[in-house]
Design a protein around this ligand. Sequence first.
Ligand SMILES: Nc1ncnc2c1ncn2[C@@H]1O[C@H](COP(=O)(O)OP(=O)(O)OP(=O)(O)O)[C@@H](O)[C@H]1O
Length: 268
Amino acid sequence: MSTVSAELHREPLTSSPLIEVKKLSLTYNSRNDNLNVLDNINLQLYHNDFVCVLGSSGCGKSSLLNVLAGFHQPTTGEVIIDGKKHMKPNSDVGVVFQHHNLFPWLSIEKNIEFGLKMKSMSKMERKKIVSHYLNMVDLESSAKMWPHQLSGGMKQRASIARTLATDPKVILMDEPFSALDALTRENMQNHLIEIWKKTRKCIFFITHDVEEALLLGTRILVMHPHPGRIVVDMVNPLSQSNKSIEEIKCLKEFNDLRYYLISTIRRS
Ligand SMILES: Nc1ncnc2c1ncn2[C@@H]1O[C@H](COP(=O)(O)OP(=O)(O)OP(=O)(O)O)[C@@H](O)[C@H]1O
């Protein structure tokens, strides 16, 4: 690596972590085999963090996300969210998957409203929140449409709005744009940056795309496999830039970091 300095993440002086992962390991047990997928993961996530997670296929990224979501229990160690041990899925944690999981029998606005009904909110409150998030993801004119009438990018925007509407403390995203064409993907990246700037939600975002991580993340993690572990946890110096995506891609620093991250992933 030439000019790039991959600093370790430094704790912000002002806040305590929103999420703490302590000495976490995960083993999948099957009849014939035990697969040690995650080993000694220690991680702190803060309010305002946009953490992008990179690593070769099978290194355990989704397994880590599943533990953070509460879908899997760690074999050892623990996940603490806002001071409480996290044991099962709850409204503190929102998840956006690679393929949207909108209910096909509900309109877009009803999909976004769904989680709010679960929270027993008044109709007026629900209407206000749905309208706010429809506006944030630029889908006001599609409010009455059904999921099958929307493009792939619009469906993912609706999924993000539905997740945001319930006001989770953290949003976990598992390759949310990987099924989209290049142009839509770039559009979605711009949307997500804008949403993050407005909400400053803690986002944990898995991607295979090093450029995407550099364009979106305030922090970048790289995992290596066998067993899955974090080998890089760095602040992304490009996240402070006010430049456009196109301008950032032309920077020497962008290309140096890209080269550094790709070679680190390849070394696994
Ligand atoms: N439910 C499960 N039971 C048994 N093994 C599993 C299970 N889920 C994942 N694995 C295995 O755990 C390892 C890590 O898988 P995981 O999906 O977490 O990796 P990943 O880094 O997200 O991969 P990809 O980038 O290809 O999505 C793989 O060897 C996978 O086969």
